[in-house]
Design a protein around this ligand. Structure first.
Ligand SMILES: [Fe+2]
Ligand SMILES: [Fe+2]
Length: 133
């Protein structure tokens, strides 16, 4: 996992690491012809992992009266919508690469833009390690 994705909130860093690991496995399944049968199960697992992770973050932000909860939740929902679109309309094999990249980029941007802001506000209020350590 890239250091820029580390928040210093241990529970969330562990969840992000699991998500990044699954994303890497997904990109691998997309890249290798004989691994294509693993794409759908990987996306199912990713959806489950993200839904659980997003609920955890939203609950934490709610408890802290986090002012950007609504915007942050909207961004979570956009990521889940991307996956829902896939489940509603499965892709042609040639479109998997672009889809895998879109999911990766959207999640990475979410962590950098929204999750790191959450750390900036929640970090001083709970005992957490400094970012990137
Ligand atoms: Fe988030
Ligand atoms: Fe997150």
């Amino acid at each position: 996992m890239d250091r820029k994705h580390l928040l210093g909130i241990p529970e969330i860093d562990v969840q992000h690491a699991a998500i990044c690991e699954l994303l890497a496995a997904l990109r691998n399944a997309i890249a290798l012809d004989d691994q294509r049968h693993l794409i759908h199960p990987a996306l199912k697992r990713l959806h489950h992992l993200l839904a659980t992770h997003f609920t955890y973050e939203e609950e934490m932000m709610r408890m802290m009266n986090y002012p950007d909860l609504q915007q942050h939740t909207k961004s979570h929902n956009k990521v889940l919508l991307l996956l829902k679109t896939y489940f509603d309309h499965p892709l042609a094999p040639g479109d998997h690469d672009a889809f895998g990249k879109a999911i990766h980029d959207k999640l990475s941007a979410h962590i950098v833009e929204h999750d790191t802001s959450m750390h900036a506000m929640i970090g001083p209020r709970v005992k957490v390690a400094p970012r990137g350590q």
